[in-house]
Ligand binder design. Structure first.
Ligand SMILES: [Zn+2]
Length: 235
């Protein structure tokens, strides 16, 4: 039986950083994969003069398309939120929009951010809340996976994390994941290709620490699992 994986993320590149291995696993099993992105990431730049939101948004759409092609994902939806403003959105309405996608796609597994948003980004936390709420409301029998940092991430990658400053807070890596994947070989090559396809976001990181360190940095993925609610026995 074909199963369906639905990923709900905040910005183009979140899906690649956090769930490439999950997506590749799903494809290898012949599962359907649908990804949703809340914003176009149009404010994700240190140079908003050269890259005003409209221009960066268009670029990131194209970059995401290229990354999804590398990962073999051909079903993707936008939620149309403003980058950086997810936490300001009406939570009930935002969760409703995610629920609509869930009802349409009917996923067996939903993957999103945990409460800390992995990096502490407010958009990540908000999207994680909407998705958890939507799943609880309309698909409690779907498995819920929430991305977390792999154990020891803070210690193992202290230098890289400090150099790049993508973490808003001291990241929490003390959660024991239920699912921990280490990508190697061809699978890691594909993840890296998908990451490099999102050049506006990853070039700076690769240049700062070198490709080998970058490759090690995101070679692992970890998730906390909320089991599906047990279906009521048929009367
Ligand atoms: Zn993000």
């Amino acid at each position: 039986m074909t199963r369906t994986l639905l990923g709900v993320w905040a910005h183009p590149d979140d899906e690649t950083f956090l769930s490439s291995g999950l997506v590749l696993d799903a494809h290898e099993r012949g599962d359907r994969v649908v990804l949703v992105t809340a914003t176009r990431g149009e404010r994700g730049t240190d140079d908003p003069v050269a890259w005003p939101p409209e221009r960066l948004g268009r670029l990131r759409e194209r970059e995401l398309e290229a990354a999804l092609a590398v990962l073999g994902v051909d079903e993707h939806r936008w939620l149309g939120h403003v980058d950086g403003a997810c936490a300001l959105a009406d939570e009930r309405m935002a969760a409703r929009a995610v629920a609509t996608v869930i009802e349409e796609v009917r996923p067996d597994t939903i993957v999103t951010f945990g409460p800390d948003g992995v990096t502490g980004h407010d958009d990540h936390r908000a999207v994680g809340r909407w998705t958890t709420r939507a799943r609880d409301a309309v698909a409690p029998t779907a498995e819920l996976l929430r991305a977390v940092l792999v154990p020891g991430f803070t210690r193992r990658f202290a230098d890289v994390n400090a150099a790049l400053g993508i973490f808003m807070d001291e990241p929490a890596d003390d959660v024991a994941p239920d699912r921990h994947t280490v990508l190697t070989g061809d699978r890691l090559d594909r993840k890296m290709a998908a990451m490099l396809a999102q050049d506006s976001q990853t070039r700076r990181l690769v240049e700062a620490v070198g490709f080998a360190a970058f490759r090690r940095w995101w070679a692992e993925e970890a998730f906390v699992r909320t089991a599906p609610a047990v279906r009521a026995a048929a009367a």
